[in-house]
Design a binder for this molecule. Structure first.
Ligand code: ADP
Length: 340
């Protein structure tokens, strides 16, 4: 488990004080794939580097698997860092070394004997699908293959935690997909906790179970991916969610609604099983309302569905009220919208 408690981080540059992190409180459970999303400069890199103590907090506590990193001496810190692998946007491979030598690097530092090391490197390269590249050099590999080497190297010491610093940002969408699949496999098969930072909501959507949204050094929203995607509170979160699921009525439809001064339009947000239940069908049958579907959008998140519906509900005020109560009981978030 990773615990960040009341973390503040200040930098000093050219006589100015920069508040990179302000009172951060985050808890990452064993087995989580915890995503941190934010625009550039939000503080994500600083945050993730606290976890392996590449950065020290100005104040606050960093606790990894029950150990408070602030209190460890150099030797203890080195041992704890073996439990924490890290991969980077630019892969950080040694260009003059072969792929096998790159992967072996943490094992050489651990002074592992040569035979054991050879077996371990083979095993790791097999796991990431690069067993045929042992004697190649990084410049002979594609971006995706380089990241696989980075991952194999990060896993060499059998860590319990893997930190990913924008690990797919330099990759094309298809390669990103395959690296995300690999990270998921690592999490599932080895029960390794993953903490990743990204500016791409698709990455969060695809593999994370929890997410923290950062802005100007603060965590502005945190929770399960399903909750944050389904019910974003903050404007920045809404903008990120908008990049993977359009939750606004398209302007062409809006124009027509406005021309006809249409009213009684509601936005319904349904998450998880609720999204696939025939709620709207029940609504029509039970309440005999006139229901006109205006716009819908659905996205798959965490192997479940997030659905957004814009509907026009017309009928007697009392019946409508009862129908809205019914929807709320079904955990549908409902809001009347004015077309402007
Ligand atoms: P992100 O990863 O979200 O882009 P960073 O953690 O890199 O954000 O940066 C957060 C803030 O801290 C930015 O204002 C950045 O300029 C500043 N910062 C980061 N590292 C340093 C540093 N070593 N010295 C001074 N300022 C820094």
């Amino acid at each position: 488990m990773i615990l960040l408690e009341q973390i503040c981080k200040k930098y000093h540059r050219e006589g100015q004080e920069i508040d990179a992190l302000k009172d951060i409180n985050i808890q990452v459970e064993q087995g989580d794939i915890f995503g941190v999303i934010g625009y550039s400069g939000a503080g994500k890199s600083t945050l993730v580097r606290l976890v392996n103590y590449l950065e020290k907090p100005t104040s606050g506590k960093v606790v990894v698997d029950g150990q408070c990193l602030n209190k460890l001496n150099k030797h203890q810190l080195r041992n704890t860092r073996k439990q924490i692998g890290m991969i980077f946007q630019n892969f950080n491979l040694l260009e003059s070394k072969t792929i096998s030598q790159n992967v072996a690097m943490p094992l050489i530092l651990e002074k592992m004997n040569k035979n054991e090391m050879k077996t371990r490197v083979n095993e790791l390269l097999q796991f990431v699908g690069l067993e045929d590249k042992q004697m190649s050099y990084p410049n002979e590999l594609s971006g995706g293959q380089k990241q696989r080497v980075g991952i194999a190297r990060a896993l060499a010491t059998n860590p319990r935690i893997l930190l990913c610093d924008e690990a797919t940002s330099a990759l094309d969408p298809q390669t990103t997909q395959s690296i995300l699949e690999l990270l998921k496999k690592i999490n599932k098969e080895y029960n390794i906790t993953i903490m990743l930072i990204t500016h791409e909501m698709q990455v969060i959507q695809q593999i994370c179970n929890k997410v923290a949204v950062m802005e100007q050094g603060e965590v502005i929203e945190v929770g399960s991916v399903l909750d944050v995607f389904g019910y974003p509170e903050q404007l920045t979160t809404k903008k990120f969610v908008q990049t993977v699921i359009s939750n606004k009525i398209p302007s062409s439809i809006k124009r027509k609604l406005k021309e006809k001064s249409e009213k009684n339009i509601y936005k319904l947000e349904m998450v998880g099983n609720h999204a696939t239940k025939s709620i709207l069908h029940q609504l029509i049958i039970n309440y005999q309302l006139h229901l006109n579907v205006i716009y819908t959008n659905m996205a798959e998140i965490q192997e479940t569905t997030l659905a957004i519906w814009y509907v026009q509900i017309e009928g007697e005020e009392r019946t409508k009220r009862a129908a809205i109560d019914f929807l709320e009981r079904q955990k549908v978030r409902i809001k009347e919208v004015t077309i402007e």
